[in-house]
Design a protein around this ligand. Structure first.
Ligand code: GDP
Ligand code: MG
Length: 203
């Protein structure tokens, strides 16, 4: 990956169908705008299940890692996981995610700015809404849990997907956007966020 100036870091964010249905598009965008990030790509679409599967399996380790994480989560709660095979667990999660993510329109976005990946993850909150911190988007706007979603054989409804690392961001952006769908532009407030000398304010 070519390293650019840190203020140009980009991340991929998807408002999932429940976020759109809950009328939270504006609120979610506002959170990322408020912190100082710049929106450089945005579109609404209904993704097909194959596109969703490809999104989650862009990382060849995702099936194994997510399966292991899920098994660990069950054990930590003193529960027996539905299977000891991580890949079997993830196959079910993936089926549920494909159904969930393709059930209606989503809003795909690319946000740019200093530490875009980490800042967006911080504002978004942890994956499972039950334990997402108060003050994060998931903590403030949704109440689902694996305890609710697993027995009903559905994906946990957590409003948003956000890239977990710069590497993930790069491949996810390429998966959802073409170069021509992205806009490079300057924003006035970048001056106060990033300018070194701040010598253009006083008249
Ligand atoms: P994220 O990066 O915070 O979105 O989380 P992951 O990449 O680890 O997981 C992606 C999706 O997989 C989540 O949105 C959930 O739908 C599902 N998932 C992840 N971990 C678990 C788990 O422990 N149990 C269940 N049932 N689903 C999970
Ligand atoms: Mg992830």
């Amino acid at each position: 990956m070519t390293k650019t100036h840190p203020s140009k870091e980009r991340t991929f964010v998807l408002i999932k169908p429940d976020g759109v249905q809950r009328g939270l598009i504006g609120e979610i965008i506002k959170r990322y705008e408020n912190v100082g990030l710049k929106l450089v790509g945005m579109k609404m679409l209904v993704p097909d299940p194959d596109h969703v599967e490809a999104h989650y399996t862009l990382d060849p380790n995702w099936r194994r890692v997510t399966g292991e994480k899920t098994i660990k989560g069950y054990r930590e709660k003193g529960l027996t996981p539905p299977s000891e095979d991580p890949l079997e667990i993830t196959a079910k999660i993936l089926e549920n995610l494909k159904k969930y993510m393709s059930c209606g329109p989503v809003v795909a976005m690319v946000w740019q700015g200093a530490h875009a990946v980490k800042i967006v993850r911080k504002l978004t909150g942890g994956t499972e809404p039950l334990t997402s911190d108060v003050g994060t988007i998931r903590g403030d706007y949704v109440l689902d849990s694996y305890q609710m979603s697993d027995p009903d054989n559905r994906a946990v409804r957590n409003l948003i997907h956000a890239s977990g690392s710069e590497e993930e961001a790069e491949i996810e952006i390429a998966h959802w956007f073409s170069d021509s769908e992205m806009t490079n532009y300057r924003m006035v407030h970048e001056e106060i966020l990033y300018d070194v000398n701040l010598d253009g304010i006083l008249e």
